[in-house]
Design a protein around this ligand. Sequence first.
Ligand code: URA
Length: 233
Amino acid sequence: MRLDKYLCDALGATRKEATKIIKSGDVTVNDVIQKNGSVKVTDNSVVEWQGREIQKPGPRYIMLFKPDGFVCSHEDGFNQTAFMLLDEVKMEDLHFAGRLDVDTTGLVLITDDGKWSHRITSPKHKCEKTYRVWLADPIGSDYAEKLAHGIELRNEKMPTLPAKLEIVDPKENELLLTITEGKYHQVKRMFAALGNKVEHLHRERIGQIELDETLEPGEYRFLTQEEIDSVWH
Ligand code: URA
C-alpha cells in the first residue's frame, strides 16, 4: 500500500492532509524519513509520525485498565469517560466490548470490530469473565454451591447461569468469581441476593485475555494477534 493511503486509512485523513503530513518530514518508515507519499509500505513496516507509531489501518483491539471514577461511555455529563484515557484517532468508531460500572476497576476491551465484540458480549457465546471481589461481610460457606446452581435476581425471569467461586483470602473477604453473562450490575446483585455487599470489584479476565500486570490504572495497550484470535476459539 502507498504511504499516503496508509495514513489516510489509519488516521482518517484526506489525501491532501496525508500529503501535507508526509511533506512535513515528520513521517518515518522503518526509521527512515519519507517525504514521498507513493513509497510502498507493507504489513511489516513500522510507520511513525512525530516519533509515535501509527497503527496499521484496519480493526483496532485495545485493553484498558479502567480506574475508579470513569464511565464506559462516549459522553457523560457528570463523570470522566474511559475514552478520555485513549489518545487515538477516529474515536467515534470505537466501542466497549462489555462495560464496567463507574466504581469497578480493571480490564475493559475496546474495539471498532462489532463482530468481535459481539462474540464477547452475546449471552449465546457464554464468554467467561473473572472478577476479583471484596465483600463487606464474610464469605458464606454456602456461596459456592448457591452460585454454581444459579441465583434468583430481582426483576429477572431466569436465575443466573452457573458461576464459579474461588476464595482468595477469607480474612479480607476476597474471592474470584467467574461468570458467563453480563447482566446489569450482575456481580453486585448476585452478592446482594446472598445478603452481602460488594465493597470493591475488579475485572481481571475476559475469555482468555488477562489484564496486563504491567499496565497502571488508566493505561492501555493494543492486543496481540494471539489475544485477538483467542476470542474466536
Ligand atoms: N458486575 C457488576 O455488578 N458491576 C460491574 O461493573 C461488572 C459486573
